[in-house]
Design a protein around this ligand. Structure first.
Ligand SMILES: *[C@@H]1O[C@H](CO)[C@@H](O)[C@H](O)[C@H]1NC(C)=O
Ligand SMILES: *[C@@H]1O[C@H](CO)[C@@H](O)[C@H](O)[C@H]1NC(C)=O
Ligand SMILES: *[C@@H]1O[C@H](CO)[C@@H](O)[C@H](O)[C@H]1NC(C)=O
Ligand SMILES: *[C@@H]1O[C@H](CO)[C@@H](O)[C@H](O)[C@H]1NC(C)=O
Ligand SMILES: *[C@@H]1O[C@H](CO)[C@@H](O)[C@H](O)[C@H]1NC(C)=O
Ligand SMILES: *[C@@H]1O[C@H](CO)[C@@H](O)[C@H](O)[C@H]1NC(C)=O
Ligand SMILES: *[C@@H]1O[C@H](CO)[C@@H](O)[C@H](O)[C@H]1NC(C)=O
Length: 680
């Protein structure tokens, strides 16, 4: 009897296993706290918020996060069969780092593998890489929730949902909207930080894929996307289902809050918890500052104690080791102790500033006859140092009155020291954004001269030398002012240091948000045109006295300078953007020219930006600027081309440069859109 019961027990267990494995075709997670190992998390994906939800990425840049249902799903009854119907519902949300600048989006994915470790972040959404994208042997079906408009993949806007088959060029995509009960269409902003519910259904009889979204728990009756396609060509018999998200230069936290999947009927809808929002940054920052300050003071103390002990030893042993290669490189090589003396031992009091690459100290040589600035760069590894120094050395041969002259260099172990001409008035940003600290207002004449100087310095880097030198980090804080308030570019060529320091195989985009050309985040490919973009941002800043992105312009939104200037331009009120500090004392014609040029350089499309040579010729008045400007953001242009009924705000405006003021003229759509500043 006992034996029979025991057998029965085993039989029941076997049955249960059989049933569960046969019913692998449905599951529901209203939250993920009990998911255990039924969900596979990869990359940056982790459980979050008391393990209730999945965070695919946080706001660090260039991350990939995947979450897959651990067991493969049987989509076909035989390898050559047809795909059965399925239905899935998930709640998702995106909380961007900067309110209106999201990146890069997420996707629901059905893939033959749960391991996409060769995929790339940024625009590739963690799904593909440059080699396998578009290959029919990928067998990847994805529904993308994309918050970046990517030209490479012909995205329609920066808030769309698309059906992707083996590719990131969507086979079908629409802006994110839903139809309300009373049949009105409503926009859904995926970057607004609200929870969105999404239904993806495949109807096997009609071969119809439908996607529906809503910010509300109930499913809208009319789907957002109905796309007729037989998935049998894409899906294999057994596939993994899951989610993928990635970040690029701009980053968002991407969340999956709940998920249900069903092959035997419609998947159940889910509850809609709110998204976790980042804790208020001010208190965070404060805590961080306290923590950093206390840890610094502790470590400084320990450091001092250790220094005291080591000092004597080092004094005896402190002979400079010069390696062979160092004797072969070009400009003056200073001895370390010479520079240490010049800066009084790199004293805090002599600190002029700190930048992305290191600290800059003031110093003087030859009994204080020559004032210098010494940049101290800590290069963690010695690897690549000879190459880098050689490069610095060759760059040190560059001579131009609008470049900060490199006088020489020095080195001790990982410390690289670069010696520059001393610039008594410091950097331009201080005067533009912080005039209280500068205690001096730059007049329009001075600003115009600085702009011209910077442009000709940059032209020299791009064209005036045997090699093309791309600056890569043009910004107001890298423009220094000499004794006569001439603008001089500093830090040229230094951006490459990052490359030498980085691991092989990763190309890091360096630069500063707001000055980075949009194509950099897509391709990482640095060109002279990306310098021109940054130069455009600088031109606008000099006129407006504002930063390219002002984080808290109103309580709601950051201000993107280019967009603001362009909208004022379109309203015919461009004179309102001028820095109040110089208003009334400016030369209207010059101001207009610089603004126009700034807008031209800020075009999202590299081919519409002028070259540095053209910029200099415009600034010198050798060339007239085109009458008609292209919108910096080509979105506006697409609208121009698409509109059948001309509306006044869709036109490309031309702008009179006469000092009589502002004159707006409408332009015929076709012509307006085809005029390129480069052709004039
Ligand atoms: C994001 O997560 C990674 C680890 O996955 C961590 O190193 C990084 O500090 C996080 N970034 C932010 C902004 O929280
Ligand atoms: C499935 O199709 C492939 C080629 O399309 C063929 O080689 C194979 O024999 C088919 N298998 C069955 C079970 O029909
Ligand atoms: C597609 O991928 C397969 C397998 O990885 C490879 O053999 C083939 O060359 C690829 N095709 C193209 C056009 O890249
Ligand atoms: C659509 O999907 C198919 C995959 O079957 C692909 O070959 C095609 O290039 C895709 N793209 C577009 C834009 O139709
Ligand atoms: C539909 O409802 C929304 C709010 O629920 C309202 O704003 C909108 O005007 C309504 N549309 C129509 C056509 O009634
Ligand atoms: C919805 O978004 C489209 C562009 O995607 C825009 O043209 C339209 O004005 C928006 N509608 C509302 C009501 O915000
Ligand atoms: C799947 O569909 C069946 C039939 O409609 C339903 O009984 C079941 O509750 C559904 N399961 C889930 C997880 O949605």
């Amino acid at each position: 009897m006992v034996k029979i019961l025991k057998h029965l027990g085993i039989f029941c267990i076997l049955m249960l296993i059989a049933i569960t494995s046969a019913q692998q075709t449905e599951f529901l997670y209203d939250d993920f706290s009990k998911a255990g190992n039924t969900i596979l998390l990869e990359g940056s994906a982790k459980l979050f918020n008391h393990d209730n939800i999945i965070q695919l990425t946080n706001t660090s840049s260039r991350m990939i996060g995947h979450a897959f249902y651990a067991t493969p799903i049987k989509f076909k009854s035989s390898p050559n069969g047809t795909v059965s119907s399925f239905s899935t519902v998930f709640t998702l949300g995106t909380v961007p780092e900067f309110k209106t600048l999201g990146g890069h989006g997420m996707a629901f994915v059905i893939s033959p593998s749960n391991n996409l470790n060769t995929a790339l972040p940024s625009q590739y959404l963690g799904l593909f890489n440059a080699a396998n994208i578009g290959n029919i042997s990928d067998h990847v079906f994805a529904v993308e929730f994309d918050t970046v408009k990517d030209f490479e993949f012909q995205d329609i806007d920066d808030n769309h949902i698309g059906i992707n088959l083996n590719s990131l060029v969507s086979n079908f995509s629409v802006p994110a909207t839903y139809v309300m009960e009373n049949s009105t269409k409503q926009n859904v902003s995926m970057k607004a930080g609200h929870t969105i519910q999404s239904w993806v259904d495949y109807d096997a009889t009609n071969k119809l894929i439908s996607v529906t979204i809503s910010p509300l728990p109930t499913k809208p009756r009319i789907p957002l996307i109905s796309y007729k396609y037989d998935l049998s060509q894409i899906l294999e018999q057994e596939m993994y289902v899951g989610f993928s998200a990635s970040t690029g230069l701009l980053a968002s936290s991407h969340y999956v809050l709940g998920w249900s999947f069903n092959m035997s009927g419609p998947a159940k809808s889910l509850s809609m918890p709110p998204l976790p929002h980042p804790p208020s940054t001010s208190s965070n920052k404060h805590k961080a500052t306290v923590a950093i300050a206390s840890s610094i003071s502790v470590s400084v103390f320990i450091f001092l104690v250790i220094c005291g002990v080591i000092y004597m030893v080092v004094r005896i042993r402190d002979r400079e080791i010069i390696e062979d290669w160092e004797l072969t490189v070009g400009p003056h090589r200073y001895r370390y102790h010479e520079l240490r003396e010049a800066t009084r031992g790199f004293r805090e009091k002599e600190l002029l500033g700190r930048g992305g690459f290191g600290r800059v100290y003031k110093g003087c040589l030859q009994k204080c006859n020559t004032q210098i600035a010494v940049k101290r760069i800590n290069h963690e590894s010695k690897q690549g140092l000879p190459e880098f120094v050689a490069e610095i050395a060759s760059i040190g041969r560059l001579r131009h009155r609008n470049l900060v002259q490199l006088l020489g260099w020095g080195r001790r172990r990982g410390d690289l020291l670069l010696v520059y001409d001393y610039m008594p008035y410091g950097s331009l940003d201080k005067y533009l954004f912080d005039q209280d600290r500068a205690g001096y207002i730059l007049s329009w004449e001075q600003r115009f001269r600085i702009v011209k100087g910077v442009a000709s310095g940059l032209l020299y880097l791009h064209e005036g030398w045997e090699k093309v030198v791309i600056h890569r980090d043009i910004k107001a804080s890298n423009v220094l002012l000499d004794g006569e308030f001439n603008g001089r570019l500093g830090d040229f060529g230094l951006a490459r240091l990052h490359d030498h320091g980085a691991d092989l195989g990763t190309t890091r985009v360096v630069g500063t948000l707001g000055y980075l050309a949009p194509e950099l985040s897509r391709t990482g490919h640095v060109t002279t045109s990306s310098d021109v973009f940054a130069c455009g941002a600088l031109l606008l800043e000099v006129v407006c006295g504002r930063r390219p992105i002002e984080p808290r312009f109103t309580s709601e939104e950051e201000l993107v300078l280019v967009d603001w200037v362009w909208s004022k331009w379109n309203q015919g009120k461009v004179m309102e953007v001028i820095d109040p500090k110089i208003k009334g004392k400016h030369d209207e014609k010059e101001v207009l020219m610089v603004l126009k040029l700034g807008l031209m350089c800020s075009s999202d499309e590299p081919r519409y930006r002028p070259s540095m040579r053209q910029v200099v010729r415009y600034l010198d008045g050798e060339m007239e600027l085109p009458e008609v400007l292209r919108a910096p953001n080509p979105d506006d242009e697409k609208r121009v081309l698409k509109t059948s009924e001309p509306r006044i705000e869709d036109y490309v405006y031309s702008f009179g440069t006469s000092s009589s003021g502002v004159s707006l003229q409408s332009y015929s759509t076709g012509r307006g859109a085809s005029v390129s500043p480069n052709t004039i």
